[in-house]
Design a protein around this ligand. Structure first.
Ligand code: 5GP
Length: 192
């Protein structure tokens, strides 16, 4: 691997395609590592412990948080999410890129604590396509879906106002968005 490993933050409203972008980055960036977040939310169908997430109780989350085990943590629609610090430090020390798919509150904390991270916010082309995507993936009950859509405007405004994100990428075509994000990361890590 040439260049150095970077902490890469990918944020954006639920349904913007962040997860697909992160999966492509993991497959295509040599040596990239995925940060497995801890969360108190229930697993969706097909989600296994230790895959996208480590599923924990609120008590376990709180005691790890109190022990300083998280680089950042947030509450999103009533559930806790946090990024374990140790695996990130160890991957970065080996020169690997580490990919964090986290919400905007987490992105702001990482901007403060790891200013040399690369922070990218993924925008939907418009709100109608965001709704269509969320409805189409059928992973949430109606009430959850409405709450996620209701969050989106505020998340985008917070991302813009906070100054935590250097890059905003509109995901209207997944393949070109992946190429664009890869190009930004390579540019930031001195590989282009
Ligand atoms: P979901 O429940 O759809 O998997 O995730 C909900 C939101 O939480 C998404 O915006 C996702 O990026 C974010 N998220 C996932 N893991 C973390 C984390 O460790 N920290 C923070 N701050 N947000 C996270």
């Amino acid at each position: 691997m040439s260049g150095r490993g970077r902490l890469i933050v990918i944020s954006g409203p639920s349904g913007t395609g962040k997860t697909s972008i992160c999966e492509a980055l993991l497959a295509q960036l040599p040596g990239a590592a995925w940060s497995v977040s801890a969360t108190t939310r229930a697993p969706r169908a097909g989600e296994t412990n230790g895959g996208a997430y480590e599923f924990v109780t609120r008590e376990a989350f709180a005691s790890r948080e109190a022990a300083g085990a998280f680089l950042e943590s947030a509450e999103y629609i009533g559930e806790r999410y946090g990024t374990p610090r140790a695996p990130i430090e160890s991957a970065l020390a080996k020169g690997r890129h580490v990919i964090l798919e986290i919400d905007v509150q987490g992105g702001i904390q990482v901007a403060e604590r790891k200013p040399d991270s690369v922070r990218i916010f993924v925008l939907p082309p418009d709100m109608a396509s965001l709704r269509a995507r969320l409805e189409g993936r059928k992973t949430e009950a109606d009430e959850q879906l409405a709450r996620r859509l209701a969050e989106a405007d505020g998340e985008i405004a917070t991302a813009r106002d906070s100054g935590a994100y250097r890059y905003f990428v509109v995901n209207d075509d997944l393949d070109s968005t992946i190429d664009e994000v890869k190009r930004l990361i390579e540019q930031e890590s001195g590989q282009s």
